[in-house]
Design a protein around this ligand. Sequence first.
Ligand SMILES: Cc1cc2nc3c(=O)[nH]c(=O)nc-3n(C[C@H](O)[C@H](O)[C@H](O)COP(=O)(O)OP(=O)(O)OC[C@H]3O[C@@H](n4cnc5c(N)ncnc54)[C@H](O)[C@@H]3O)c2cc1C
Length: 392
Amino acid sequence: MSQRHAVVVGAGIGGLTAAVALHCRGWQVTVCERAPEPPVTGAGIGLAPNALRALDAVGVDAARAAGGHVPATMGARRSDGRWLTRTATADMAARYGVAPLAVPRTALTTALAGALPPRALRYGAAVTAVDGDAGRAVVRTAGGPDLSADLVVAADGIHSPLRRAHFPDHPGLHYLGETAWRTIVDAPELRVAAMSETWGRGERFGLTPLSDGRLYLYATAPAPAGTRSADPRAELRRRFGTWHDPIPALLDRIDRLDPADVLQNDLYDLAAPLPRLHHGRIAWLGDAAHAMAPNLGQGGCQAIEDAVVLAHLLPVGAVDGADPVPAALAAYTAARLARTDAVRVRARRVGRLGALRNPLAAAARDLAVRAAPARLALRGMDDLFDGFRLPG
Ligand SMILES: Cc1cc2nc3c(=O)[nH]c(=O)nc-3n(C[C@H](O)[C@H](O)[C@H](O)COP(=O)(O)OP(=O)(O)OC[C@H]3O[C@@H](n4cnc5c(N)ncnc54)[C@H](O)[C@@H]3O)c2cc1C
């Protein structure tokens, strides 16, 4: 019997998870990534319990792949250092079966790529179009041969060329009014044990111990789209240099980095949900399907959920009888569209709170967060952290 073939467009976290999940189901997979080689720099990424459980369902143990160091607590602080809310990660592990983990992105993508068969992953292979009739999809690549596929997974990221080509009436992206910086530093002597996000007036600074013991730092600030300073390190010092310890010491570490190691992205989400997450033989997932504000740390987690659910809904890879792909893709939209859009909307709302610039409004927000018992706040995350289900 021959194998069904899936072409995955994009080797980010979503595309690679989909490729691994499909490979586990017996599909032949080809991943086309337009970048010439795997990324060497990058930030960290927080994997919430829902994503860890989804990865586990396809045999990927993120802690084994990327290191198992878990922060002791996580919470939000004011710029003077006062905690507004704090939760022990042990309580999260008790509630959700697993504690959240933050990993270097490259460690995760390397582990996922390593779970694929040799030659499944092609770098320098930009997909230019997907054509085809009801029977097969034809994937066109720049300068390479066309590929014939039973399924195309569009995991081509927030600017998804395939989304724009196949949903021409969709309004596209919405600028969230903020820019974000990210980097990783090594600072064992600072003994940072808590994952925290500190809120100022419109600005935020996050620090996250990574699974390998290093620290992932991120910061956000309101800015018109496209604003860039000559040196991001100086910009971070100007904005956050007077904030609580250990932020000034961490800014010293950032000063020692090459400026190119400080990533900067303006923040966008999808202006409106897609009408469906599939079209013909193409299924969209991750940022291509539902780009969201990073405030809940769920963009990548939802991409992982999408990938695992999609593979689960598809038949095992051997070709046998009638074509099951169209019905599976309709079931994928039914399983994923409402959940992912609810997360997108919630992430935008949370972002508006975090970005409050008015001092009175920011103080009222801080008071409200401090007044809420941590237990209740954690329960409010149940639908996210406990919401991963494989459809029956
Ligand atoms: C500041 C910030 C912090 C974040 N923090 C978190 C967090 O803690 N936890 C979390 O879960 N999420 C977080 N996110 C969101 C997360 O980064 C994204 O949701 C996730 O990386 C999306 O993965 P993806 O695979 O869908 O897309 P991407 O990672 O963007 O991958 C898309 C890939 O497709 C490739 N590509 C594009 N076009 C083509 C083409 N035509 N042909 C071939 N290849 C193509 C691209 O080169 C790229 O490699 C954060 C985001 C930001 C901006």
